[in-house]
Design a protein around this ligand. Sequence first.
Ligand SMILES: Cc1cc2nc3c(=O)[nH]c(=O)nc-3n(C[C@H](O)[C@H](O)[C@H](O)COP(=O)(O)OP(=O)(O)OC[C@H]3O[C@@H](n4cnc5c(N)ncnc54)[C@H](O)[C@@H]3O)c2cc1C
Length: 536
Amino acid sequence: MLLREQNIDQLKNETFDVAIIGGGINGAVAAAALSAKGVKVALIDKGDFAGFTSSNSSNLAWGGIKYLESHEYLLVNKLCKSRNLLMQSYPSTVKEIRFLTCIQKGFRFPPFFVYLGTIIYWLFGRLYTKRPDYLTPKKITSIEPVINTSNAKGGFEYSDAYLFDNDARFVFNFIRSSLDNGCIAANYVSSQAADYVGDHWTIAAQDEITGETFPIQAKVLINAAGPFVDKYNETTEQSTEHHHVFSKGVHLIVDQISANKKVLAFFASDGRLFFIIPMGCKTCIGTTDTQVESPLSEVTDEDRDFILDNVNQLLNLPKPLTRADIISERCGVRPLAIEGGNGGTADWVKLSRKHAIDINKKQKYISIFGGKLTDCINVGNEVSEIVEAFNIKLKEPDITWYGEPTNGIKEQFLAEARAINLDAMTWENSAEPLSERFWRRYGANAIELVAKIKHDKNQAELLIEYAEYTRCEIEYAAKHEMITKLEDFLRRRSKISLVVRQDDLLNATGLKETCKILFGSEAEEKMQEYVDSVSF
Ligand SMILES: Cc1cc2nc3c(=O)[nH]c(=O)nc-3n(C[C@H](O)[C@H](O)[C@H](O)COP(=O)(O)OP(=O)(O)OC[C@H]3O[C@@H](n4cnc5c(N)ncnc54)[C@H](O)[C@@H]3O)c2cc1C
């Protein structure tokens, strides 16, 4: 039986300590922390894991330098600490990157003043990263000729961190570690309602693939529905101190603008920070920041033009970027936590990006508002403390539930990789050796992949043209990564559909074979479902 079907069976038949609604970063870390600590956890998501906000971020783990301007020093201090902990815990995934920032003439602060801000930021970051450097326009040009310095007053470089693969893969790895620790999780299972009767919750769940409805029983209910937290709380009749307001953010992915592995940072025409971020062999540009009423958002021509106009103005490109250069788009709403009732009356500019956790102790109900990928370890820790305070026993309260496997396991993996000369099998255009990629994506489970290749060299064959995925990884994904739709694999377990043009991808040799491995007899149907979802 497939992993998802097996898990849905268990969701129907077992009683859980904790049920989590939502498999974005907040739900995923809650599940990872609790299951590692010995709590019996269920997690459902109405779409794919990380299928909503958590696959549409800027992929940065950052201390929030921009909040220095609004004097939110405590927040910056906390986020810098969280960023450092992520870099320390996930060295192959959360990597330091330089932000090359160019300040235009007439900007609200002179460049040297902003540079002093980066020194303060570096100090908040406990000197964990490389120190900032001040740059003249001439120096900026020598480092990065693509930047248009004709109107530049000066600039600087400072460090923050980014997610090397992407946000969705980062989130999925928390889901994977939860599953390894006994959490029963299923994607494409929604909950429309839940009732607290006696001393436990009965959650009305629906399998979004078959339409079947069934109850899930749990002592504690965690609402980690991201932008839908308020909506779900209405159905469960919770009144909370916090609510959400939404800010839409769009990113566009285009061919690589610069081979320099730096984020190019500017202040866009609306005065907000604007980034040009390396994404493998492509470049991701953004973002916008528009207040919207609904969590359901889409990219408009106005968003596209805002981003393209800014890029064309700030860079010296051989020819201006147009809408035809867009390979793919990312769009999401930031769920911003506000205290009190109506989000529409909030002071938009002053809204910070802190998370807030509201608790209904009597009904053992938790709502997670706002937050950032960067702060995810704190969310996992805080949720665990709350659940323990609800008298749910944590069998392993002090276990470290996050981070890459130990050096011993890494050494074992590297030794086995060397023994079969794994890196010599790396695809010639690959950005990195196979051993690095395997370790980052699969951690200790990478040992299983090496064993497969040792047994059969064809397992290292690159299966999809343009995409860095070997046959054994796709077989592994089919078994362990709960790929229910082709899009789950192409957009979230990997970033193939973000970096490969749709036509190239649909015509790529190997895509049909990939579908067969992932879906067996349903391969054609799943392929058609994907084609229908991307063609309009
Ligand atoms: C444009 C943009 C840029 C950003 N950049 C960064 C950045 O660089 N760094 C950073 O740290 N943060 C960044 N963020 C913030 C970060 O991405 C979000 O705060 C975070 O992803 C929110 O995670 P979440 O788990 O709360 O929500 P989500 O990821 O939206 O997860 C909620 C999940 O709940 C599910 N769900 C909802 N209702 C139900 C239901 N009834 N039943 C079952 N499932 C349900 C949804 O399907 C969804 O998958 C950015 C956000 C945006 C939009």
